[in-house]
Design a protein around this ligand. Sequence first.
Ligand SMILES: *Cc1c(COP(=O)(O)O)cnc(C)c1O
Length: 360
Amino acid sequence: MSRVFNFSAGPAMLPEAVLQQAQTELVDWRGAGMSVMEMSHRGKEFMSIAEQAEADLRQLLAVPENYKVLFLQGGASSQFAMVPMNLTRDNKRVDYLNTGSWSKKAIAEAKRYADVNIAATTEAGKFTSTPAQSELNLSGDAAYVHYTPNETIQGVEFPYVPETGDVPLIADFSSTILSRPIDVSRYGIIYAGAQKNIGPAGLTLAIVREDLIGNAVDGAPVMFQYATHSENGSMYNTPPTYGWYLAGLVFKWLLDKGGLGAMAEINQRKAQALYSTIDNSGFYANPIAVESRSWMNVPFTLADSELDAKFLQEAGAVGLKTLKGHRSVGGMRASIYNAMPEEGIKVLIDFMQEFERVNG
Ligand SMILES: *Cc1c(COP(=O)(O)O)cnc(C)c1O
């Protein structure tokens, strides 16, 4: 058996060591006589798995005491609704930064519950840059400011954390969480679907400042209130137990690798190698403003789009999979989250240079 280098945007690669550990523990988890999938979420075995995962995540991100870590379902897309439902009881005014496809979806959902002010948009430039702090037209009295630190489809990311004063900053971190250290105290809520850089699909993480819990709008479904999950340790109903367990194995793997500072160095090196290959060729191009280029999602086009199919076919033949760009952007996209080894980047770069030599 040989594993391929999978450049999918999500669900994405998981660390091979994690998969192997899960395999070893699959049928009989550490002498429990059953798999994690078969355990009661309230039993002592699963409780120990759940608590360890939360403790390890708190250590990785240095989550302050006054934040709850919630292990939810429904994907980041459910958070698009949960955020306004939980934060606009007393003030319907909300600010959103529009920097790409996921921002747009978050905005469309928020408009169903709140009075949305678009504080900045880069749509006219086809989402190839991020707005500067000085370009943000913040309301000042909004219930919150929402932004997307890394736009997975466009491959554009903020090189700074927006300053919002006393207004809580809410961030959809789905495609960049755990790629480097972040200062959690700058945020009101951080949320992320797991399937990019945390674990398998089906688990959604939310890190919520305590004062933002318990203020849901009237009529908000019980399952859509942060208070429900916070008061019940994310076990109001059956949580996604296996995803929670696998995320825990990923957190241990990250700690073993030296934590998020060490990951940041590796991730920056991986992204730089790929961008410099693109920039130093006359054949490949990336449209994103240099300071806003994503470390996680690297879109690129070929000089002649007629060659796209050939590129994908030949890349696939040498084990470089899922490089096709999102249908809305075209070209290629290499998603290079934590689990993509540096060797995968090297093999991709060698392939790209050889493809250019033969076809360029
Ligand atoms: C993938 C993605 C989403 C959607 O996540 P789901 O878990 O599928 O709902 C939202 N935002 C960003 C930034 C993403 O990358």
